[in-house]
Write a protein that binds this ligand. Structure first.
Ligand SMILES: Cc1cc2nc3c(=O)[nH]c(=O)nc-3n(C[C@H](O)[C@H](O)[C@H](O)COP(=O)(O)OP(=O)(O)OC[C@H]3O[C@@H](n4cnc5c(N)ncnc54)[C@H](O)[C@@H]3O)c2cc1C
Ligand code: HEM
Length: 389
C-alpha cells in the first residue's frame, strides 16, 4: 500500500510522467519483448505499429492515478482491460514482467529525475494496480471455469464446419476435441483464439457470431490481405484442423430492459450484432438491423438475416446499405438522415465497424438525442476515443 509520502510523490510527479507516458510506453514494449520474448506472441504487432496498444496502456495507468480512490469507478474503467486479458489467458506471473519493464522504461526516459524514492512510489502504485487486475481476472477465470462446459487456459477445438459468408468473410464452427460441452457465452462477447503458425503461437480476438448452444462456437473472420491470423485461417485451415480457444469475454452485451434496439454494423463488425439480434428477438424486443457493406459481394450473412426477418416480421426491420451497386435498400453510407428515419423512440443502440464508421454513428446518435448510456460500441483492436484519428 502507498504511504502518505508516496501518495504525495505520485501526485507531484504524475504530470511529468503523464507528459512522457507516450515515450515511456513506446520504449516499454521493445524492452519487454527483448527481455521476455515468451510474452511477445500475446501482443498483436499491428496494434504496436499503429501505437494503439501503447496508448491504451498509458491511458489505463493515468486513469488509475486519477481515479484510484474511487474503487467502483476504477473497476468500471478496468472492465475492458480485464476482458481482453482473460480472453488471452494473462496470468499473475506475467505482472512482475510488465512491472519490471515499465519501471526500466520510466528510468530510461526520465533519467536522473527518477530518484529511488520516486521509483519506489511508482513501483508500489503499479503493484497496487496489478493486484487489483489479478484479483478481478482471477474472479472471472474461476467463474467461467465453474460453469458447465467451462475451462481454464487454452482448450483444443476442431473446425467442424466452414462457410463462406462473403468474398472476404468466412465462418468457422469450432467444437471441442474432448467432446465435452462448451460453456454459454453472453451474445456480443468475443473469444481468444490461439493459433500455431510455423510452430509459433499467435493470439487474436474474434467475436462469437452466434448465440450459445452448449456444443460449439462460431467465429466469422474477414481475410485481411496482409493479415497473419486471418490469412492463415482462410488459406491454410480446413475442416478437421485444430486450434485453441481461451475463455469468452467482453462487455458489448445486451442490457436488461424492453427498449427497442438499433443495431448498426459496418463490414465484419456485423459479427457481434447477429447474436445480439437473436437474443433481443427471443426476448420479444423490437430490433432495427442496419448493416453497411461495400457491395453485394462483400455483404455477409444476407440469408441468415433474411431468415430472421421472415421469422420475426413484427419485431425485426432490416435495412441494408451498400456503398456501390444497386442491390441494397440504400446506396451510400449510413448517415444522420438515415439514422433519424430509422431510430425507434427510446432506443438502445449498438454499433461496431471501422473507427470512422463508429465515430460518425456515435456523433449522429448523440445529435439525435440518444444519451451516452444508451450508446454501446466496441473496437476490433485496442480501445480509443471515437474522435481519435
Ligand atoms: C474484441 C475484438 C473482436 C474482434 N472480432 C473480429 C471478428 O469477429 N472478425 C474479424 O475478422 N476480426 C475480428 N477482430 C479483429 C481480429 O482480432 C484481428 O485483428 C484481425 O483478424 C486481423 O488479424 P490478422 O492477424 O489477420 O492481421 P494482422 O497480421 O494483425 O494485420 C492487420 C493489418 O495490420 C498490418 N500490420 C501487421 N503488422 C504490422 C506491422 N508490424 N507494421 C505495420 N502494419 C502491420 C497488416 O498489414 C494488416 O493490414 C476482433 C478484434 C477484437 C479486439
Ligand atoms: C497493471 C498492468 C496492466 C495494465 C494497466 C494493462 C492495460 C491494458 C490495456 C489498457 C489494454 C488494452 C485494452 C483495450 O483493448 O481496450 C491491454 C491489453 C493487453 N494486455 Fe495488458 N495491462 C497490464 C498488464 C498486462 C500483463 C501483465 C500482460 C501480459 C504480459 C498484458 C498483456 C496484454 C495483452 C496481450 C493485451 C492485448 C494487446 C493487443 O491487442 O495487442 N497486460 N492491457
Amino acid at each position: 500500500m502507498l504511504t502518505q509520502q508516496q501518495e504525495q510523490l505520485i501526485e507531484s510527479t504524475a504530470p511529468v510522467v503523464a507528459e512522457h507516458l507516450g515515450a515511456i510506453t513506446q520504449r516499454f514494449y521493445p524492452l519487454m519483448f527483448a527481455r521476455y520474448p515468451e510474452v511477445k506472441p500475446l501482443f498483436n504487432d499491428a496494434h504496436q505499429a499503429d501505437g494503439g496498444q501503447p496508448r491504451a496502456l498509458a491511458g489505463a495507468v493515468l486513469a488509475y492515478v486519477q481515479l484510484r480512490q474511487n474503487r467502483e469507478k476504477v473497476r468500471e474503467v478496468l472492465a475492458t482491460v480485464v476482458s481482453k486479458h482473460v480472453s488471452l489467458d494473462i496470468r499473475p506471473e506475467h505482472y512482475p514482467i510488465v512491472g519490471e519493464c515499465l519501471m526500466a522504461a520510466i528510468g530510461e526516459v526520465l533519467g536522473d529525475a527518477v530518484t529511488p524514492k520516486i521509483a519506489d512510489a511508482w513501483s508500489t502504485l503499479y503493484e497496487e494496480l496489478a493486484g487489483l487486475l489479478i484479483e478481478l481476472e482471477d474472479h472471472r477465470y474461476l467463474e467461467f471455469e465453474r460453469r458447465p462446459g467451462g475451462w481454464r487456459g487454452p482448450r483444443e477445438f476442431r473446425i467442424a464446419d466452414i462457410r463462406q459468408e462473403s468474398t472476404v468473410i468466412r465462418s468457422f464452427v469450432l467444437a471441442p476435441v474432448d467432446g465435452g460441452p462448451v460453456a454459454e457465452h453472453a451474445p456480443g462477447q468475443y473469444i481468444g483464439v490461439r493459433l500455431t503458425i510455423d510452430g509459433e503461437p499467435l493470439y487474436r480476438h474474434y467475436s462469437l457470431s452466434d448465440v450459445p448452444n452448449g456444443k460449439h462456437y462460431r467465429i466469422s473472420v474477414k481475410r485481411e490481405p496482409q493479415g497473419r491470423a486471418s490469412r492463415h485461417l482462410h488459406d491454410a485451415m480446413a475442416v478437421g484442423d485444430t486450434l485453441e480457444l481461451l475463455p469468452p469475454a467482453g462487455d458489448l452485451t445486451l442490457q436488461d430492459g424492453d427498449e427497442p434496439l438499433l443495431l448498426a454494423s459496418g463490414g465484419v463488425g456485423q459479427t457481434p450484432m447477429l447474436p445480439l439480434a437473436r437474443q433481443a428477438l427471443a426476448q420479444g424486443r423490437r430490433v432495427v438491423y442496419l448493416h453497411a457493406a461495400l457491395d453485394a459481394q462483400h455483404h455477409a450473412f444476407r440469408d441468415e438475416i433474411a431468415a430472421l426477418a421472415e421469422a420475426h416480421p413484427e419485431q425485426l426491420r432490416t435495412v441494408m446499405v451498400h456503398e456501390r451497386g444497386d442491390q441494397a435498400d440504400h446506396i451510400g453510407r449510413i448517415d444522420r438522415e438515415l439514422l433519424a428515419q430509422l431510430l425507434p423512440a427510446n432506443a438502445r443502440c449498438y454499433y461496431v465497424g471501422p473507427q470512422g464508421f463508429m465515430g460518425a454513428i456515435d456523433k449522429a446518435l448523440a445529435e439525435l438525442g440518444v444519451p451516452v448510456e444508451r450508446r454501446h460500441y466496441e473496437h476490433f483492436g485496442p480501445s480509443r476515443p471515437l474522435d481519435a484519428a
